[in-house]
Design a protein around this ligand. Structure first.
Ligand code: KIV
Ligand code: ZN
Length: 514
Protein backbone atom coordinates (compact mmCIF):
# COMPACT_ATOMS: atom_id res chain seq x y z
CA UNK A 1 0.00 0.00 0.00
CA UNK A 2 1.35 3.46 -0.90
CA UNK A 3 1.49 6.21 1.75
CA UNK A 4 -1.42 7.99 0.04
CA UNK A 5 -3.50 4.80 -0.10
CA UNK A 6 -2.71 4.14 3.53
CA UNK A 7 -3.76 7.68 4.49
CA UNK A 8 -7.07 7.45 2.63
CA UNK A 9 -7.77 4.02 4.13
CA UNK A 10 -7.81 5.62 7.56
CA UNK A 11 -11.12 6.60 9.08
CA UNK A 12 -12.03 10.19 8.35
CA UNK A 13 -12.65 12.67 11.15
CA UNK A 14 -15.10 15.35 10.01
CA UNK A 15 -14.06 18.88 10.85
CA UNK A 16 -16.99 21.06 11.91
CA UNK A 17 -15.87 24.65 12.24
CA UNK A 18 -17.93 26.93 14.48
CA UNK A 19 -15.77 30.09 14.27
CA UNK A 20 -18.76 31.97 12.84
CA UNK A 21 -21.07 30.90 15.69
CA UNK A 22 -19.28 29.87 18.92
CA UNK A 23 -16.19 31.85 17.81
CA UNK A 24 -18.31 34.96 17.45
CA UNK A 25 -19.36 34.47 21.07
CA UNK A 26 -15.82 35.50 22.13
CA UNK A 27 -16.10 38.79 24.01
CA UNK A 28 -16.04 41.64 21.48
CA UNK A 29 -15.69 39.46 18.39
CA UNK A 30 -18.65 40.47 16.28
CA UNK A 31 -18.36 39.93 12.53
CA UNK A 32 -20.44 41.56 9.84
CA UNK A 33 -22.05 39.83 6.88
CA UNK A 34 -19.19 40.39 4.43
CA UNK A 35 -16.59 39.31 6.96
CA UNK A 36 -18.47 36.08 7.68
CA UNK A 37 -18.89 35.45 3.98
CA UNK A 38 -15.15 35.87 3.37
CA UNK A 39 -14.33 33.46 6.15
CA UNK A 40 -16.86 30.94 4.86
CA UNK A 41 -15.11 31.03 1.48
CA UNK A 42 -11.77 30.55 3.18
CA UNK A 43 -13.11 27.49 5.04
CA UNK A 44 -14.16 26.01 1.70
CA UNK A 45 -10.59 26.43 0.44
CA UNK A 46 -9.26 24.75 3.55
CA UNK A 47 -11.72 21.87 2.93
CA UNK A 48 -13.52 22.13 6.23
CA UNK A 49 -16.42 19.66 6.06
CA UNK A 50 -19.11 21.67 7.86
CA UNK A 51 -19.31 25.31 8.97
CA UNK A 52 -21.71 26.49 11.57
CA UNK A 53 -22.66 29.84 10.05
CA UNK A 54 -24.68 31.16 12.98
CA UNK A 55 -27.74 30.95 15.20
CA UNK A 56 -30.46 32.32 12.87
CA UNK A 57 -33.15 32.89 15.48
CA UNK A 58 -31.06 35.18 17.68
CA UNK A 59 -31.35 38.24 15.40
CA UNK A 60 -32.31 39.38 11.93
CA UNK A 61 -28.62 40.02 11.29
CA UNK A 62 -27.67 36.45 12.18
CA UNK A 63 -30.50 35.09 10.05
CA UNK A 64 -29.27 37.10 7.04
CA UNK A 65 -25.64 36.04 7.56
CA UNK A 66 -26.60 32.35 7.63
CA UNK A 67 -28.91 32.71 4.64
CA UNK A 68 -26.30 34.58 2.64
CA UNK A 69 -23.73 31.86 3.24
CA UNK A 70 -26.17 28.98 2.64
CA UNK A 71 -27.41 30.56 -0.60
CA UNK A 72 -24.03 31.40 -2.10
CA UNK A 73 -21.23 29.30 -0.65
CA UNK A 74 -20.75 25.91 -2.29
CA UNK A 75 -18.58 22.87 -1.57
CA UNK A 76 -19.28 22.75 2.17
CA UNK A 77 -22.15 21.79 4.46
CA UNK A 78 -23.63 24.85 6.17
CA UNK A 79 -25.12 24.33 9.63
CA UNK A 80 -27.36 26.61 11.68
CA UNK A 81 -27.85 26.22 15.42
CA UNK A 82 -31.36 26.10 16.90
CA UNK A 83 -32.94 25.55 20.27
CA UNK A 84 -35.46 22.73 20.50
CA UNK A 85 -38.47 24.93 19.69
CA UNK A 86 -40.49 23.93 16.66
CA UNK A 87 -40.83 27.51 15.43
CA UNK A 88 -37.09 28.15 15.84
CA UNK A 89 -36.42 25.04 13.76
CA UNK A 90 -38.72 26.38 11.00
CA UNK A 91 -36.88 29.72 11.00
CA UNK A 92 -33.50 28.00 10.98
CA UNK A 93 -34.53 25.93 7.99
CA UNK A 94 -35.71 29.11 6.20
CA UNK A 95 -32.17 30.47 6.58
CA UNK A 96 -30.48 27.22 5.57
CA UNK A 97 -32.64 25.76 2.86
CA UNK A 98 -30.74 27.29 -0.11
CA UNK A 99 -27.56 25.47 0.93
CA UNK A 100 -25.79 22.39 -0.33
CA UNK A 101 -26.76 19.59 2.07
CA UNK A 102 -27.51 22.06 4.90
CA UNK A 103 -27.53 20.85 8.48
CA UNK A 104 -30.02 21.69 11.22
CA UNK A 105 -28.13 21.63 14.52
CA UNK A 106 -30.55 21.19 17.44
CA UNK A 107 -29.40 21.66 21.03
CA UNK A 108 -30.94 20.90 24.41
CA UNK A 109 -29.22 20.37 27.75
CA UNK A 110 -29.15 16.97 29.46
CA UNK A 111 -27.42 17.74 32.77
CA UNK A 112 -29.48 17.89 35.94
CA UNK A 113 -27.93 21.30 36.71
CA UNK A 114 -29.27 22.74 33.45
CA UNK A 115 -32.59 20.90 33.66
CA UNK A 116 -33.24 22.09 37.20
CA UNK A 117 -31.98 25.67 37.10
CA UNK A 118 -32.12 26.77 33.47
CA UNK A 119 -34.80 24.76 31.72
CA UNK A 120 -36.96 23.85 34.75
CA UNK A 121 -37.78 20.56 33.13
CA UNK A 122 -37.75 16.92 34.16
CA UNK A 123 -35.57 14.40 32.33
CA UNK A 124 -38.72 12.90 30.78
CA UNK A 125 -39.85 16.29 29.47
CA UNK A 126 -36.39 16.95 28.08
CA UNK A 127 -36.32 13.63 26.25
CA UNK A 128 -39.76 14.17 24.80
CA UNK A 129 -38.88 17.66 23.56
CA UNK A 130 -35.58 16.52 22.05
CA UNK A 131 -37.31 13.71 20.13
CA UNK A 132 -40.14 15.96 18.92
CA UNK A 133 -37.62 18.58 17.77
CA UNK A 134 -35.38 16.17 15.91
CA UNK A 135 -38.41 14.54 14.29
CA UNK A 136 -39.58 18.00 13.18
CA UNK A 137 -36.14 18.95 11.81
CA UNK A 138 -35.88 15.61 10.00
CA UNK A 139 -38.98 16.53 7.97
CA UNK A 140 -36.82 19.17 6.31
CA UNK A 141 -33.55 17.29 5.91
CA UNK A 142 -31.81 14.04 6.77
CA UNK A 143 -28.82 16.12 7.88
CA UNK A 144 -29.84 16.68 11.50
CA UNK A 145 -27.44 17.00 14.43
CA UNK A 146 -28.48 16.82 18.05
CA UNK A 147 -26.29 18.30 20.82
CA UNK A 148 -26.74 17.35 24.45
CA UNK A 149 -25.60 20.59 26.05
CA UNK A 150 -23.45 20.07 29.18
CA UNK A 151 -23.22 16.37 28.27
CA UNK A 152 -19.93 15.84 30.11
CA UNK A 153 -21.62 16.75 33.42
CA UNK A 154 -24.77 14.75 32.66
CA UNK A 155 -25.77 11.30 33.83
CA UNK A 156 -24.16 9.16 31.13
CA UNK A 157 -26.94 6.58 30.96
CA UNK A 158 -29.44 9.38 30.49
CA UNK A 159 -27.35 10.80 27.61
CA UNK A 160 -27.29 7.30 26.09
CA UNK A 161 -31.08 7.10 26.35
CA UNK A 162 -31.48 10.56 24.78
CA UNK A 163 -29.05 9.77 21.94
CA UNK A 164 -30.75 6.44 21.21
CA UNK A 165 -34.13 8.21 21.05
CA UNK A 166 -32.98 11.12 18.84
CA UNK A 167 -31.19 8.74 16.46
CA UNK A 168 -34.46 6.82 16.21
CA UNK A 169 -36.17 10.17 15.46
CA UNK A 170 -33.74 10.97 12.64
CA UNK A 171 -30.55 12.54 14.07
CA UNK A 172 -27.50 11.49 12.07
CA UNK A 173 -24.91 13.23 14.23
CA UNK A 174 -25.01 13.13 18.03
CA UNK A 175 -22.80 15.71 19.70
CA UNK A 176 -21.33 15.23 23.19
CA UNK A 177 -20.17 18.68 24.32
CA UNK A 178 -17.95 19.55 27.24
CA UNK A 179 -19.82 22.85 27.48
CA UNK A 180 -18.08 24.10 30.60
CA UNK A 181 -14.59 22.78 29.80
CA UNK A 182 -14.74 20.57 32.90
CA UNK A 183 -13.64 17.18 31.58
CA UNK A 184 -10.22 15.53 31.75
CA UNK A 185 -8.87 13.69 28.69
CA UNK A 186 -8.99 10.07 29.96
CA UNK A 187 -12.39 10.58 31.50
CA UNK A 188 -13.79 12.25 28.37
CA UNK A 189 -12.46 9.52 26.07
CA UNK A 190 -13.92 6.85 28.35
CA UNK A 191 -17.33 8.54 28.17
CA UNK A 192 -17.23 8.53 24.38
CA UNK A 193 -16.22 4.86 24.42
CA UNK A 194 -19.22 4.20 26.71
CA UNK A 195 -21.57 5.85 24.21
CA UNK A 196 -20.28 3.53 21.52
CA UNK A 197 -21.05 0.41 23.52
CA UNK A 198 -24.26 1.47 25.29
CA UNK A 199 -26.37 2.98 22.50
CA UNK A 200 -27.93 0.15 20.49
CA UNK A 201 -28.43 2.19 17.26
CA UNK A 202 -25.17 4.19 17.43
CA UNK A 203 -24.06 2.67 14.10
CA UNK A 204 -26.66 4.93 12.43
CA UNK A 205 -24.98 8.13 13.64
CA UNK A 206 -21.63 9.85 13.90
CA UNK A 207 -20.43 10.76 17.38
CA UNK A 208 -19.26 14.36 17.55
CA UNK A 209 -17.49 16.27 20.32
CA UNK A 210 -17.45 19.97 21.12
CA UNK A 211 -14.99 20.97 23.83
CA UNK A 212 -14.39 24.22 25.65
CA UNK A 213 -11.02 25.26 26.94
CA UNK A 214 -11.68 26.42 30.51
CA UNK A 215 -8.95 24.12 31.88
CA UNK A 216 -6.80 24.35 28.74
CA UNK A 217 -7.82 20.81 27.76
CA UNK A 218 -10.15 21.29 24.80
CA UNK A 219 -7.73 19.87 22.21
CA UNK A 220 -6.57 17.04 24.50
CA UNK A 221 -10.18 16.09 25.24
CA UNK A 222 -11.10 16.17 21.54
CA UNK A 223 -8.15 13.94 20.61
CA UNK A 224 -8.99 11.52 23.39
CA UNK A 225 -12.56 11.37 22.09
CA UNK A 226 -11.32 10.68 18.56
CA UNK A 227 -9.21 7.81 19.88
CA UNK A 228 -12.34 6.46 21.53
CA UNK A 229 -14.35 6.61 18.30
CA UNK A 230 -15.67 10.17 17.82
CA UNK A 231 -15.62 11.02 14.12
CA UNK A 232 -16.59 14.69 14.14
CA UNK A 233 -14.68 17.40 16.00
CA UNK A 234 -16.25 20.81 16.49
CA UNK A 235 -13.64 23.52 16.66
CA UNK A 236 -12.75 27.11 15.83
CA UNK A 237 -9.81 28.78 14.15
CA UNK A 238 -7.27 30.03 16.72
CA UNK A 239 -9.47 28.37 19.37
CA UNK A 240 -11.64 31.47 19.80
CA UNK A 241 -15.06 31.11 21.40
CA UNK A 242 -17.18 31.52 24.50
CA UNK A 243 -15.04 32.26 27.63
CA UNK A 244 -11.65 30.48 27.26
CA UNK A 245 -12.63 29.36 23.77
CA UNK A 246 -13.08 26.10 21.89
CA UNK A 247 -10.90 23.34 20.52
CA UNK A 248 -8.42 25.00 18.12
CA UNK A 249 -8.90 23.65 14.60
CA UNK A 250 -5.24 24.04 13.71
CA UNK A 251 -4.07 22.13 16.79
CA UNK A 252 -6.39 19.19 16.43
CA UNK A 253 -5.75 18.88 12.69
CA UNK A 254 -1.97 19.12 13.01
CA UNK A 255 -1.91 16.71 15.96
CA UNK A 256 -3.83 14.13 13.91
CA UNK A 257 -1.48 14.65 10.99
CA UNK A 258 1.80 14.84 12.90
CA UNK A 259 1.00 11.90 15.16
CA UNK A 260 -0.57 9.71 12.49
CA UNK A 261 1.37 6.84 14.09
CA UNK A 262 -0.83 7.15 17.19
CA UNK A 263 -4.09 8.50 15.85
CA UNK A 264 -4.79 6.20 12.88
CA UNK A 265 -7.37 8.64 11.46
CA UNK A 266 -7.22 11.48 8.94
CA UNK A 267 -8.89 14.80 8.15
CA UNK A 268 -9.31 16.29 4.69
CA UNK A 269 -8.04 19.73 5.75
CA UNK A 270 -5.64 21.39 3.32
CA UNK A 271 -3.21 22.37 6.02
CA UNK A 272 -1.35 24.89 3.83
CA UNK A 273 -4.35 27.21 4.31
CA UNK A 274 -4.09 27.16 8.10
CA UNK A 275 -1.80 30.15 8.52
CA UNK A 276 -3.63 32.54 6.15
CA UNK A 277 -6.95 31.53 7.69
CA UNK A 278 -5.62 32.15 11.18
CA UNK A 279 -4.45 35.64 10.16
CA UNK A 280 -7.77 36.34 8.52
CA UNK A 281 -9.70 35.33 11.65
CA UNK A 282 -7.52 37.41 13.95
CA UNK A 283 -7.78 40.48 11.74
CA UNK A 284 -11.50 40.18 11.20
CA UNK A 285 -12.34 39.53 14.86
CA UNK A 286 -9.62 41.80 16.27
CA UNK A 287 -8.51 38.94 18.56
CA UNK A 288 -4.73 38.71 18.34
CA UNK A 289 -3.03 35.32 18.43
CA UNK A 290 -0.70 34.99 21.42
CA UNK A 291 2.95 34.70 20.24
CA UNK A 292 3.49 31.29 21.86
CA UNK A 293 0.22 29.81 20.55
CA UNK A 294 0.75 26.31 19.14
CA UNK A 295 0.88 26.05 15.32
CA UNK A 296 -0.10 29.65 14.44
CA UNK A 297 1.65 31.82 17.06
CA UNK A 298 4.45 34.10 15.80
CA UNK A 299 6.98 32.06 17.81
CA UNK A 300 5.63 28.61 16.93
CA UNK A 301 8.54 28.00 14.54
CA UNK A 302 11.08 30.49 15.95
CA UNK A 303 14.20 29.04 17.55
CA UNK A 304 15.75 31.41 20.04
CA UNK A 305 18.52 29.48 21.78
CA UNK A 306 21.86 29.06 20.01
CA UNK A 307 21.86 25.30 20.58
CA UNK A 308 18.43 24.98 18.97
CA UNK A 309 19.35 27.22 16.03
CA UNK A 310 22.49 25.21 15.45
CA UNK A 311 20.54 21.94 15.58
CA UNK A 312 17.87 23.13 13.15
CA UNK A 313 20.53 24.35 10.72
CA UNK A 314 22.18 20.92 10.83
CA UNK A 315 18.90 19.11 10.44
CA UNK A 316 15.39 20.57 10.79
CA UNK A 317 14.09 17.45 12.55
CA UNK A 318 16.33 18.05 15.59
CA UNK A 319 13.89 20.58 17.02
CA UNK A 320 10.99 20.80 14.55
CA UNK A 321 8.19 18.23 14.47
CA UNK A 322 6.30 19.97 11.68
CA UNK A 323 7.41 21.74 8.56
CA UNK A 324 6.34 25.43 8.63
CA UNK A 325 5.37 25.17 4.97
CA UNK A 326 2.78 22.51 5.91
CA UNK A 327 0.69 25.25 7.52
CA UNK A 328 1.38 27.72 4.72
CA UNK A 329 4.17 29.58 6.44
CA UNK A 330 7.27 30.59 4.59
CA UNK A 331 10.18 30.48 6.98
CA UNK A 332 10.94 33.89 8.48
CA UNK A 333 9.73 37.19 7.07
CA UNK A 334 10.17 37.01 3.35
CA UNK A 335 11.12 40.08 1.45
CA UNK A 336 8.47 39.97 -1.21
CA UNK A 337 8.12 42.93 -3.46
CA UNK A 338 9.38 46.43 -4.00
CA UNK A 339 7.69 49.59 -5.17
CA UNK A 340 8.48 48.73 -8.78
CA UNK A 341 6.64 45.42 -8.67
CA UNK A 342 3.72 45.15 -11.03
CA UNK A 343 0.15 43.97 -10.65
CA UNK A 344 1.00 40.45 -11.80
CA UNK A 345 3.70 39.91 -9.19
CA UNK A 346 1.38 41.30 -6.54
CA UNK A 347 -1.50 39.06 -7.62
CA UNK A 348 0.74 35.96 -7.55
CA UNK A 349 2.09 36.79 -4.12
CA UNK A 350 -1.39 37.45 -2.73
CA UNK A 351 -2.60 34.14 -4.18
CA UNK A 352 0.33 32.31 -2.61
CA UNK A 353 -0.71 33.76 0.76
CA UNK A 354 -4.10 32.11 0.27
CA UNK A 355 -6.27 35.08 -0.78
CA UNK A 356 -8.38 35.20 -3.92
CA UNK A 357 -9.31 38.74 -4.85
CA UNK A 358 -11.63 40.15 -7.48
CA UNK A 359 -10.02 42.46 -10.07
CA UNK A 360 -11.48 45.56 -8.46
CA UNK A 361 -10.21 44.49 -5.03
CA UNK A 362 -6.78 43.73 -6.43
CA UNK A 363 -6.65 47.20 -7.93
CA UNK A 364 -7.40 48.78 -4.54
CA UNK A 365 -4.73 46.66 -2.89
CA UNK A 366 -2.27 47.55 -5.64
CA UNK A 367 -2.79 51.30 -5.25
CA UNK A 368 -2.42 51.05 -1.48
CA UNK A 369 0.64 48.82 -1.88
CA UNK A 370 2.31 51.51 -4.01
CA UNK A 371 1.55 54.17 -1.39
CA UNK A 372 3.03 52.08 1.43
CA UNK A 373 6.01 50.94 -0.66
CA UNK A 374 6.84 54.60 -1.29
CA UNK A 375 7.14 55.13 2.45
CA UNK A 376 8.73 51.86 3.41
CA UNK A 377 11.93 50.37 2.03
CA UNK A 378 11.11 46.66 2.25
CA UNK A 379 7.73 45.06 1.84
CA UNK A 380 7.14 41.72 3.58
CA UNK A 381 4.34 39.17 3.39
CA UNK A 382 2.97 40.57 6.65
CA UNK A 383 2.77 44.07 5.11
CA UNK A 384 0.88 42.71 2.17
CA UNK A 385 -1.54 40.83 4.41
CA UNK A 386 -2.18 43.96 6.46
CA UNK A 387 -3.07 45.85 3.28
CA UNK A 388 -5.39 43.07 2.07
CA UNK A 389 -7.10 43.08 5.45
CA UNK A 390 -7.42 46.84 5.52
CA UNK A 391 -8.56 47.36 1.95
CA UNK A 392 -10.67 44.29 1.34
CA UNK A 393 -11.59 42.28 4.39
CA UNK A 394 -12.71 45.09 6.63
CA UNK A 395 -15.41 46.77 4.65
CA UNK A 396 -16.04 50.31 5.89
CA UNK A 397 -19.67 50.83 6.69
CA UNK A 398 -21.02 53.89 8.45
CA UNK A 399 -17.70 55.63 9.10
CA UNK A 400 -14.74 55.87 6.76
CA UNK A 401 -11.45 57.72 7.21
CA UNK A 402 -10.66 60.08 4.33
CA UNK A 403 -7.70 62.03 5.69
CA UNK A 404 -5.96 62.84 8.91
CA UNK A 405 -3.35 65.37 9.96
CA UNK A 406 -2.03 65.30 13.52
CA UNK A 407 0.49 67.56 15.22
CA UNK A 408 2.53 66.74 18.32
CA UNK A 409 5.87 67.55 19.90
CA UNK A 410 7.47 68.52 23.21
CA UNK A 411 6.26 72.16 23.07
CA UNK A 412 3.18 71.79 20.86
CA UNK A 413 -0.42 71.42 21.88
CA UNK A 414 -1.36 68.06 20.31
CA UNK A 415 -4.00 68.64 17.66
CA UNK A 416 -5.69 66.45 15.09
CA UNK A 417 -7.68 67.45 11.99
CA UNK A 418 -9.81 64.66 10.63
CA UNK A 419 -11.93 64.22 7.52
CA UNK A 420 -14.44 61.36 7.53
CA UNK A 421 -17.29 60.00 5.47
CA UNK A 422 -20.22 59.48 7.80
CA UNK A 423 -22.93 57.48 6.04
CA UNK A 424 -21.61 58.74 2.70
CA UNK A 425 -21.42 62.41 3.71
CA UNK A 426 -18.04 64.12 4.06
CA UNK A 427 -17.49 65.84 7.42
CA UNK A 428 -14.39 67.45 8.88
CA UNK A 429 -13.29 68.72 12.27
CA UNK A 430 -10.37 69.14 14.65
CA UNK A 431 -9.70 68.54 18.33
CA UNK A 432 -7.00 68.99 20.97
CA UNK A 433 -5.85 66.15 23.20
CA UNK A 434 -3.24 64.87 25.62
CA UNK A 435 -1.35 63.44 22.66
CA UNK A 436 -2.01 63.06 18.91
CA UNK A 437 -3.96 59.82 19.32
CA UNK A 438 -6.13 61.26 22.07
CA UNK A 439 -6.77 64.34 19.88
CA UNK A 440 -7.66 62.11 16.91
CA UNK A 441 -10.07 59.98 18.95
CA UNK A 442 -11.75 63.12 20.29
CA UNK A 443 -12.15 64.53 16.77
CA UNK A 444 -13.62 61.22 15.56
CA UNK A 445 -16.02 60.98 18.51
CA UNK A 446 -17.26 64.53 17.79
CA UNK A 447 -17.69 63.92 14.08
CA UNK A 448 -19.51 60.61 14.51
CA UNK A 449 -21.57 61.78 17.50
CA UNK A 450 -20.57 58.61 19.36
CA UNK A 451 -19.87 58.24 23.08
CA UNK A 452 -17.99 54.98 23.42
CA UNK A 453 -15.48 54.26 26.18
CA UNK A 454 -12.00 53.07 25.27
CA UNK A 455 -11.25 49.97 27.37
CA UNK A 456 -8.00 48.83 25.79
CA UNK A 457 -5.44 50.22 23.36
CA UNK A 458 -2.32 48.45 22.06
CA UNK A 459 0.18 49.23 19.32
CA UNK A 460 2.55 46.69 17.82
CA UNK A 461 4.79 46.63 14.80
CA UNK A 462 3.91 44.24 11.98
CA UNK A 463 7.53 43.67 10.96
CA UNK A 464 10.84 44.99 12.35
CA UNK A 465 12.44 48.39 11.76
CA UNK A 466 11.35 51.99 12.32
CA UNK A 467 9.66 52.01 8.92
CA UNK A 468 7.44 49.03 9.88
CA UNK A 469 3.68 49.34 9.67
CA UNK A 470 2.07 49.84 13.04
CA UNK A 471 -0.88 47.64 14.02
CA UNK A 472 -3.33 49.03 16.55
CA UNK A 473 -5.94 47.09 18.49
CA UNK A 474 -8.66 48.79 20.52
CA UNK A 475 -11.50 47.52 22.66
CA UNK A 476 -14.39 49.96 23.05
CA UNK A 477 -17.71 49.86 24.85
CA UNK A 478 -21.03 51.59 24.30
CA UNK A 479 -24.31 50.85 26.12
CA UNK A 480 -23.03 47.52 27.43
CA UNK A 481 -21.79 46.33 24.03
CA UNK A 482 -18.05 45.66 23.77
CA UNK A 483 -16.25 45.36 20.43
CA UNK A 484 -12.71 45.11 19.15
CA UNK A 485 -11.26 47.25 16.39
CA UNK A 486 -8.07 46.90 14.40
CA UNK A 487 -6.12 49.02 11.94
CA UNK A 488 -2.69 49.09 10.28
CA UNK A 489 -0.66 51.86 8.66
CA UNK A 490 2.96 53.04 8.53
CA UNK A 491 1.74 56.06 10.51
CA UNK A 492 0.59 54.91 13.95
CA UNK A 493 -1.82 57.79 14.51
CA UNK A 494 -3.56 56.81 11.26
CA UNK A 495 -3.46 53.13 12.31
CA UNK A 496 -5.10 54.13 15.60
CA UNK A 497 -7.79 56.14 13.80
CA UNK A 498 -8.52 53.14 11.55
CA UNK A 499 -8.76 50.82 14.55
CA UNK A 500 -11.09 53.19 16.38
CA UNK A 501 -13.33 53.60 13.32
CA UNK A 502 -13.32 49.83 12.81
CA UNK A 503 -14.58 49.47 16.38
CA UNK A 504 -17.24 52.17 15.89
CA UNK A 505 -18.40 50.44 12.69
CA UNK A 506 -18.77 47.19 14.62
CA UNK A 507 -20.79 48.91 17.33
CA UNK A 508 -23.00 50.43 14.66
CA UNK A 509 -23.39 47.02 13.04
CA UNK A 510 -24.42 45.48 16.37
CA UNK A 511 -26.97 48.27 16.92
CA UNK A 512 -28.50 47.72 13.48
CA UNK A 513 -28.31 43.92 13.59
CA UNK A 514 -31.82 43.84 15.04
O1 KIV B 1 -20.80 24.58 24.22
C1 KIV B 1 -21.84 24.03 23.82
O2 KIV B 1 -22.40 23.14 24.45
C2 KIV B 1 -22.38 24.51 22.55
C3 KIV B 1 -23.51 23.73 21.96
C4 KIV B 1 -24.44 24.59 21.21
C5 KIV B 1 -22.95 22.64 21.07
O3 KIV B 1 -21.87 25.46 21.98
ZN1 ZN C 1 -19.79 25.80 22.69
Amino acid sequence: MTVAEHASARDKVFIFDTTLRDGEQSPGASMNMQEKFRLAQQFVKMKVDIIEAGFPVTSKGDFSCVKNIADHVRGIQVAGLTRCHLRDIDTTWEALKGGENPRIHTVLATSDIHLQYKLRMSREQMLELAVASVRHAAKYTANVEFSAEDASRSDLDFVCAVFAAVIQAGARIVNFPDTTGYALPDEFGAKVAYLKTHIPNIDQAIISVHCHNDLGLAVANSLSAVKAGARQVECTMNGIGERAGNTALEEVVMAIRTRADQMDVRTDIVTEHIHPTSRMVSTITGIAVQPNKAIVGANAFAHESGIHQDGVLKHRSTYEIMNPSDIGLSKGSTLVLGKHSGRHALKDRIASLGYTLKDEELERVYLRFKEVADLKKDMFDEDLEAIVMDEVLRVPESYELMSLGAMSGSKTLPTSAVQLKVNGEVVRGAALGVGPIDATFRAIANLTGTQSTLLYFAVSSITGGTDAQGEVMVRIEDSGKVVLGQGADPDIVTAAAKAYLNGLNRLEYLKNKG
